[in-house]
Ligand binder design. Structure first.
Ligand SMILES: [Zn+2]
Length: 531
């Protein structure tokens, strides 16, 4: 714990922690009113004890209502969102809490392998989506920042894991602390910033991204990236935060686990190592959910398991030597971004028209190997003689040369190089300098419509119950034991977290999320009915 940055540094006392564990007296009166605020309790805990008083309370309520008095004190703060409401686990007070864990590289159909019984159990008790669609490019840092900000890569600025910024005249590289932890690279407002601004304590266990934003806001608790950090220790870290006293306990807790992605890269998505790691993260998910259950927090804490992207088998790619395809203009390449794509910038004296012509000829002769996305300026520049439109065969299955498609949301940022070559599945881009080394057995970064790039969404807790109730209310599902949401985009996650934390919509950032998207899955006032 020594590497935790702590603004609020009061840890729970041993007694406090014991009180949150499974041997608590669940028959104790759960309605203790702390600081004059109302509490929400699990109905199973309190309904029997209340019955003898129900008639009396109803009569008293009626009298007080008529005379203008309130039987129960109202929350002292924002009653619209109810975000200051207190909920009891039987012994302690809790505020609305969201615990979101990203399991890097957990491809959506990994859940169909019969190796994740616990994640499936969790999803049956809660909900899951058929898949969650990553943003393009399907890389770790663009997607973790999309999950945090609700923005596409063109808007949040992390357009790849590595790229050149022509204004900064500097390179971003995810593994270099000087850029990865420099807030000026990271645009948009992460949900932990929104929460902290709203007075909500947040905690961050290694979520890919900066510790602080450029406006100087940071998570109250932060554990920086450390490789090979045991899952058991991550579990302990997350639960230590849950077990803090109310005054210092975070309401938004983020966690990150990279081992499955590492196994996928090293040995491919179909490997034994992936299957073993999958079983390990599945056990971690069970242990975390079980620990919350033991604390009687299932009706208070929303647990969300997500991933950033999937994984494709790249063990036997067909290598494409782009320097050979482009010819002499390749010597003018000054930056090469976005592996496994090639985002190319050229020196000003380069004959880019020739490069485009050669790429065009190649795609006509070898359809289906890669797509070339050229900046709009190439299509409107009268000095570009090549008929770029002609290179688009009009067949989406063939290699194409066209402006960046709208569905990628990947053009409106000066950081995106003017020529972006994206390999199709089964192909790998290289040049004679790099050769055919360095390609991992599994990889990602491809078209975000590829099924193998899909991510997961599994949720457990009050949100999932709301969702099932909302779906049942619409008559869409008779079986409330299990509900699988249709696939959705990960830019919706920001708005979900904001909503689950009860943050007023006016205090939230503008995102690329769909307005009203969660109205379909959350009953109106479902989370505030007890205040
Ligand atoms: Zn990743």
């Amino acid at each position: 714990m020594s590497n935790i940055h702590r603004d609020a540094d009061t840890l729970a006392s041993p007694d406090e922690r014991r009180g949150l564990l499974s041997n608590v007296d669940l028959t104790a009166d759960a309605d203790t009113d702390v600081e004059g605020q109302p509490t929400c309790t699990s109905p199973a805990l309190s309904s029997k004890k209340r019955k003898p008083f129900a008639g009396f309370l109803f009569l008293l309520s009626l009298i007080l209502a008529i005379t203008g008095f309130e039987l129960w004190p109202r929350p002292r703060h924002d009653t619209r969102s109810g975000r200051h409401a207190l909920y009891s686990n039987g012994t302690h007070e809790f505020k609305k809490t969201v615990l979101m864990v990203s399991i890097d590289g957990l491809r959506a159909d990994y859940l169909d392998r019969g190796l994740t019984p616990h994640l499936l159990d969790i999803s049956r008790e809660g909900v899951r989506a058929k898949y969650m669609k990553p943003v393009f490019p399907t890389l770790t840092f663009p997607n973790h920042w999309a999950l945090m900000t609700g923005l596409y890569a063109e808007s949040h600025g992390i357009i790849a894991n590595n790229f050149w910024d022509p204004v900064f005249k500097d390179s971003f590289h995810y593994a270099h602390v000087e850029s990865a932890q420099n807030p000026s690279w990271w645009l948009g407002e992460p949900v932990w910033e929104t929460a902290e601004r709203a007075g909500i304590i947040t905690a961050n266990l290694m979520w890919p991204g900066p510790w602080s934003t450029s406006s100087g806001v940071n998570s109250t608790y932060f554990i920086p990236w450390q490789d090979k950090y045991p899952l058991e220790e991550k579990l302990s870290n997350l639960l230590e935060w849950i077990d803090l006293p109310l005054e210092t306990r975070p309401q938004l807790i983020l966690g990150y686990e990279p081992s499955l992605d590492q196994a996928g890269h090293a040995t491919g998505p179909m490997s034994e190592a992936v299957n073993m790691t999958l079983a390990a993260v599945d056990l971690f998910a069970r242990n975390l959910t079980q620990a919350l259950g033991e604390r009687n927090l299932t009706h208070i804490v929303d647990v969300i398991f997500v991933s950033d992207h999937g994984m494709a088998d790249t063990s036997h790619p067909t290598w494409l030597y782009v320097d050979e395809i482009i010819g002499q203009p390749w010597e003018g390449v000054i930056s090469n971004d976005g592996w496994p794509s090639m985002g190319l910038r050229f020196a000003s004296d380069t004959n880019v028209t020739e490069a485009l012509e050669r790429l065009c000829q190649y795609t006509l002769a070898h359809p289906g190997q890669f797509d070339v996305f050229a900046a709009e300026s190439f299509f409107t520049d009268p000095t570009t003689s090549v008929d770029l439109i002609a290179c688009n065969h009009g067949e989406m299955d063939a290699g194409t040369m066209q402006p960046m498609p709208e569905r990628y949301h990947f053009s409106a940022n000066y950081r995106i190089a003017p020529l972006w070559i994206v390999p199709r599945m089964g192909y790998a881009l290289t040049n004679h300098e790099y050769g055919e080394g360095g390609m991992s057995t599994g990889n990602h970064g491809y078209d975000n419509d590829e099924p193998s790039m899909r991510a997961i969404f599994v949720a457990h807790g009050p949100f999932s119950q709301d969702t099932k109730a909302a779906v049942a209310a619409r008559g869409e599902s008779q079986n409330l034991g299990e509900y699988v949401m249709p696939g959705f985009q990960n830019v919706e996650i920001y708005n979900l977290v904001v909503r689950l934390l009860g943050i007023d919509a006016a205090d939230a950032a503008i995102t690329n999320g769909t307005a009203g998207f969660w109205d379909t899955y959350i009953l109106p006032d479902a989370r505030t009915s007890c205040v």
